[in-house]
Design a protein. Structure first.
Length: 529
């Protein structure tokens, strides 16, 4: 099963910020700590060991054991949970929303990148332990982002109301959803395995957090994955001093705003609020705002004086939820973490945060762009060969690809540049004449040059269009193949659900990906299955 790859930088699917980060451009170096190379982890281990509060290990282990009580776990996961109590154990973390049935394919790639990196680190630094962590985004509340997945070009959506943290959301009603989805799966052995997995995860667990834990554990437990739900009173207790500083001093807002100034040449991923905390209950997740000397919970009648909100924080830390700016800090306080693995958008917002981490004196983790993958069938690979297309060609935006292929396979040149050059030479003579007369003639020459150049450009466009019609059958085969590999002109990993490929590969799918993906190589992998 061949693996091919192209660089992230040439794939056309990563922002300028991420490309420059991967190229380690000097202007971005103040925005991160150690760049993710195998050798740099030695320095990161030392820094984290010297700056991590090891008293947070025991509540972490206690919480994990409590969260895993109701599901069967592998010996490797059980051992990794116990290892977290030891001071020579460190974590590699990825985070992901609680997308229904895992959502898009890159859910798998994030976790596999995390697992594989811990293996590489253990081989390089055998005196330490490295535990892969999947941080479930249980406190998110944007249900519209996670209540669906795509399967074979169809969107399956769970219609339900949700107002609070999604991890606490009841799974009631998913039996009706499952009936519709199971009909699409068919009745093969792999289809029946998927049906049982969905039923066991979503129809036998009361909330979305428990369902997602069961799903991820089923797919990855044999590789030692530890799944954490940080929506927990004991874990939040360690966050109290930092939440208090956020309420009182708005440290994150000031620090991140300064960093955004340094990123003015790039698209900014997230903008901080003055207070980057939410107030949560089972059916409530609203921003905390400070106005006229009081703290208010947005869109409610709940309000606090300074003394009252500090008392609330001390007594009920679980009611204070970090937003996208504060969540990374919470993660690094409760985990002995070395590296965060995420997609381009995630790494982009982490790059806004280093000055904030420095301000509160918490070690900033290494930032690694997760593995990206295009899964192709052997048939699709043969089609590409028959059409003389490279993988780089297929990653090209469709309009640009069709134009390039039309130029390439046309029986005659479509490019009228030589004619434009001849025209330019002719008008150069007229300009020399114009210099010997008045300005009005010079203006007439310029107008005529613009008109005739534009005429040639229009002819060139019409010629290209005519050739596209003539070569339509061959070009259609190219666009059909590209649309199969890039559904909706987007990355497959952002569109398709893992179940589509599990139908074909079954239990071999995850081991195959684990075998093929190398997180520190930082390339876009094309895997033929």
């Amino acid at each position: 099963m061949p693996t091919d790859c192209i660089s992230y930088q040439t794939s056309g699917y990563f922002s300028k910020l991420i490309q420059d980060y991967l190229d380690q451009k000097s202007e971005l170096k103040p925005l991160y700590n150690n760049f993710p190379t195998l050798e740099n982890f030695e320095k990161q281990i030392t820094e984290k060991a010297n700056n991590f509060d090891n008293s947070n290990r025991i509540p972490l282990v206690t919480t994990l054991k409590k969260q895993y009580q109701s599901i069967e776990i592998s010996d490797s996961t059980k051992q990794n949970i116990e290892l977290l109590a030891l001071e020579n154990t460190f974590t590699i973390t990825t985070g992901h929303q609680l997308n229904l049935f895992s959502g898009p394919l890159y859910f798998l790639y994030k976790i596999i990148s995390t697992i594989n990196l811990t293996k590489e680190l253990k081989s390089k630094y055998p005196s330490y332990n490295f535990v892969p962590i999947y941080w479930m985004a249980t406190e998110d509340h944007d249900f519209e982002e996670i209540n669906y997945f795509n399967f074979k070009g169809k969107k399956f959506r769970w219609n339900k109301e949700s107002t609070g943290p999604v991890g606490r959301l009841s799974t009631e009603g998913l039996d009706e959803f499952f009936e519709i989805y199971s009909l699409e799966l068919g009745s093969s052995t792999n289809a029946n395995t998927l049906k049982k997995l969905f039923e066991d995860a979503y129809l036998k667990h009361d909330n979305l957090a428990d369902a997602t834990r069961f799903l991820a554990n089923n797919l990855f437990a044999n590789y030692g994955l530890v799944i954490l739900d940080a929506d927990d009173v004991e874990l939040k207790s360690a966050f109290i001093p930092y939440a208090k500083e956020e309420l009182e001093k708005q440290t994150s807002y000031k620090a991140v705003q300064e960093t955004i100034e340094q990123l003015k040449d790039y698209t900014v991923q997230v903008n901080p609020r003055e207070i980057n905390l939410f107030y949560i209950e089972d059916n409530l997740r609203e921003r905390i705002v400070f106005e006229e000397g009081k703290y208010f919970v947005n869109n409610t009648k709940i309000s606090f004086s300074k003394e009252q909100i500090f008392a609330e924080l001390e007594n009920y830390p679980e009611k204070f939820s970090p937003n996208v700016i504060m969540r990374p800090l919470y993660q690094e306080i409760i985990l002995p973490n070395l590296c965060y693995i995420g997609g381009g958008g995630e790494i982009a917002y982490w790059l806004e945060l280093k000055s904030f981490f420095d301000a509160v004196k918490i070690t900033f983790p290494m930032l690694l762009v997760r593995n990206s993958v295009l899964l192709a069938s052997e048939k699709q690979g043969k089609k590409a060969d028959q059409l003389n297309l490279s993988w780089k060609d297929l990653f090209t935006k469709q309009e640009n690809l069709i134009n390039a292929i039309t130029h390439k396979i046309s029986a005659f040149p479509i490019d009228l540049t030589p004619q434009k050059e001849i025209l330019k030479t002719q008008f150069q003579y007229l300009y020399e004449l114009a210099d010997q007369t008045d300005k009005s003639f010079s203006g007439a020459v310029k107008a005529q040059e613009v008109k005739q150049t534009k005429g040639l450009e229009n002819l060139e466009k019409r010629l290209l269009k005519a050739q596209k019609r003539k070569l339509g059958d061959q070009l259609l085969r190219i666009t059909d193949l590209q649309c199969e590999l890039f559904p909706n002109n987007s990355l497959q990993e952002r569109q398709s659900n893992f179940s589509e490929f599990y139908l074909e590969k079954g239990e071999q799918l995850v081991p195959l990906l684990l075998q093929k993906l190398k997180p520190l190589e930082m390339n876009f992998n094309i895997i033929t299955i």
